[in-house]
Design a protein around this ligand. Sequence first.
Ligand SMILES: Nc1nc2c(c(=O)[nH]1)N[C@H]1C(S)=C(S)[C@@H](COP(=O)(O)O)O[C@H]1N2
Ligand SMILES: [Mo]
Length: 195
Amino acid sequence: PPRSTLFPYTTLFRSTMVSAFPVRTAEDDQPDVPLSQWTLRVDGLVARPLTVDAAAWARLPRGAETRDFHCVEGWSVDKVRWAGVRLADLLHEAGPLPAATFVTFHALGGTYSDSLTLAESLDPEVMLADTLDGAPLPHEHGGPLRLVVPSQLGYKNVKWVTRVELSGAREIGYWEHYGYAVEAPVPGRHVGSNP
Ligand SMILES: Nc1nc2c(c(=O)[nH]1)N[C@H]1C(S)=C(S)[C@@H](COP(=O)(O)O)O[C@H]1N2
Ligand SMILES: [Mo]
């Protein structure tokens, strides 16, 4: 857990660029399941709940984003190349019901989750990534599937996403139970801006 309950966001302005991508994992048992055996559920307040297996995943339209990645601890990775499926495409297929206002991303194993507003989730830069810098996403970085939210700090970028749940209320995420903010914008950025 963090030492303080309120993170001083100002330290991010002194964030250090690191060349190797660090790994931050709260789970005791890091999931190690290949994409071929992965299942992604999209459910909750949707018209058409989806169960996306590897074959269905491969049929989805693909997208890519190159973005800096910022952890609240004060390190950043320059120009990370992600590719995968834009979350908005999946959400449109599921059909959010009018009462849906939040989206919770559940990691395999049930330990880690975090949430976005539905509006944030529909931003085209938000992706479920399955590659990192042109290679299959390594499992320590959340492979086979992780959330990528470039406008928000690292802890919003849930690794090993296996369930996307639409709801009418905010679910408090793993680090947010320890005091991290439920909105974690990267200082100096706004949704849709480039690094
Ligand atoms: N499932 C899961 N997702 C997670 C975490 C985690 O512990 N478990 N850590 C978060 C934090 S705090 C950060 S900074 C990034 C780190 O991603 P990386 O391990 O690929 O660097 O993942 C986020 N997503
Ligand atoms: Mo982090």
